[in-house]
Design a protein around this ligand. Structure first.
Ligand code: AMP
Ligand code: MG
Length: 496
């Protein structure tokens, strides 16, 4: 039933990981299974057998030929360097090649105490597993690179958190689980051979264009600088996309930033409702380090940590290496701004590029902030307003100070006259950039609380809705609405 596994990471030098078999769980039940993803990965769904799937996704039974492992990594957590973190509860089974020829990691999160577990129990509570399931799949459906959720299994065990909670295992699929912190792990040990092996593996796997002969003939240092540049570009694009949907990652530690450019680790993440760049949800982010508006800068900070690890590969002369890496890092802001500009222009229906677009975007954001308007609904209603002016009152209702928004609408309408397509086409195109449905925090919370009581219906409903974020779904309007004051979620917990 499972596709054939390859062992790429397991064949890297043994100091890259600890071999570790998942610890069996007493009484597994499959509570969610992602059929379309399974199909994409090459599972034989005709032969799908629920009890076998349950055994596999709980870690109780291993697919043939795997050598499961916990990956070694380090990381800056809220700015403080920890030289040895590693997978404390995630177990990499190996890689499969999907139907499109892409290599994907399959990992069991919550697979038991590994040699990296430190004080942790190696397990995951059901709530955070389902939160990651919902949010990572929603991100994917919105066209944002993210790790995927293949299955969730309850274990029949309770895990002790603030209160006892049902235990669960998430099967996570990723382009790879290599993080900025993986590079830091080797750099912290002065292990330049390890760094080179890791960088070469990352190039081959995520940036094959850098491993072709043209690049291979370049001086070695150039190739590693090109790798840094490629990772920087993907991260700039990723974070711009987050900004475009109001996503707040919540724990952008260097161990939670992939080098593939996928969003990873949906711990205390949340979506902003009324627009304010200072928004923070995570209960552990007291200083607001990872607030919505800080994310682009933190991305750059994390990339600077990655650059430091690559210095010995970039140039033997350290000063030279620093000069070259610094020059590259300085181009991040321009990259990010260009990506964000692209994202935001699409949200406003602007395909042509014009001088004043940046100001038009900024003044909308300002109107949203002063008017405390819901970020997602503002853009979605704007898509409707583009083609049907009669939708305008519904848009203005989102604003505490509608007059500011009304004035802005005049400027925007005038700007749209210079697009090369008509208003209906603009509206249609905007609806593809502006989701109607996002994982609203109170809805997610409601679904997780019901699941803890054994009722998975709200989770199922939400997962179906979020699979089609850009479609109007008649009868499900309430899922598109922000929380009423009594339902508002102010803090999200890491739930580790
Ligand atoms: P996270 O906050 O999920 O990014 O995790 C940060 C670090 O803590 C990683 O090294 C995790 O593997 C580890 N960790 C988190 N939760 C647990 C747990 N329940 N048991 C063991 N290690 C954990
Ligand atoms: Mg993590």
């Amino acid at each position: 039933m499972f596709p054939t596994f390859t062992l790429r990471y397991a064949r890297l030098p043994s100091r890259f990981f600890e071999r570790f078999d998942p610890v069996p769980v007493p009484s597994p039940t499959l509570v969610a299974f992602n059929r379309p993803l399974a199909e994409e990965l090459g599972f034989d769904l005709e032969a799908f057998d629920e009890s076998l799937a349950t055994e596999l996704f709980s870690g109780n039974r291993l697919p043939e030929g795997v050598e499961p492992l916990a990956m070694a990594y380090a990381g800056h957590q809220f700015g403080n360097f920890v030289p040895r973190l590693g997978d404390g509860r995630a177990v990499l089974l190996g890689e499969v090649t999907d139907r499109k020829g892409r290599v994907r990691d399959i990992q069991l999160k919550g697979g038991g105490r590994t040699p990296f577990s430190r004080g942790g129990d190696g397990r995951a509570p059901l709530g955070p597993v389902l939160r990651e399931y919902l949010v990572s799949e929603a991100m994917h459906a919105m066209g944002i690179p993210a790790t995927r959720a293949l299955a969730a299994v309850t274990t029949g065990e309770r895990v002790m958190r603030r209160v006892p909670e049902p235990g669960a295992v998430l099967t996570r699929v990723a382009a790879s689980h290599i993080r900025v912190g993986t590079f830091q792990y080797f750099a912290a040990r002065g292990d330049v051979d390890g760094l080179r092996a890791l960088a070469d593996h990352v190039m081959e796997r995520h940036y094959p264009e850098l491993a072709d002969t043209e690049h291979l003939n370049r001086p070695e240092g150039e190739r590693y600088l090109a790798l840094l540049e490629a990772i920087q570009k993907r991260q700039a694009r990723l974070i711009a996309k987050w900004m475009g949907v109001g996503f707040i990652h919540g724990v952008m530690n260097t161990d939670n930033m992939t080098v593939s450019g996928e969003t990873i680790d949906f711990g205390p993440c949340a979506f902003m409702e009324s627009y304010d760049p200072r928004t923070v949800f995570s209960s552990i982010d007291e200083g607001g380090r990872y607030a919505y508006g800080n994310q682009p800068g933190i991305g750059q900070w994390n990339l600077a940590r990655l650059a430091e690890t690559l210095l010995p590969l970039i140039d033997e002369d350290q000063e030279q290496a620093i000069a070259r890496a610094t020059q590259l890092l300085e181009s991040y802001s321009a990259h990010f701004e260009a990506e964000k500009h692209w994202v935001m222009r699409a949200k406003l229906g602007l395909a042509r590029e014009e001088e004043g677009d940046g100001e038009l975007i900024d003044s909308l954001l300002e109107a949203m902030q002063t008017g405390r308007a819901d970020f997602t609904l503002t853009f979605r209603q704007l898509s409707d307003v583009a083609a049907s002016p009669e939708s305008e009152p519904a848009l203005l209702e989102l604003f505490e100070r509608p007059e500011v928004m009304q004035a802005w609408l005049g400027q925007w309408r005038e700007r749209l006259t210079r697009e090369s397509v008509g208003l209906d086409a603009i509206a249609a195109r905007m609806r593809e950039s502006n989701p109607r449905y996002i994982p609203r925090n109170h809805r997610v919370q409601e679904a997780l609380e019901a699941a803890d009581r054994g009722d998975f219906a709200p989770f199922e409903t939400l997962r179906q809705i979020l699979a089609r974020p850009f479609d109007d779904q008649p009868g499900r309007e309430e899922y598109s609405l922000p929380a009423a004051p009594t339902e508002r979620v102010f803090r999200t917990f890491c739930g580790t």
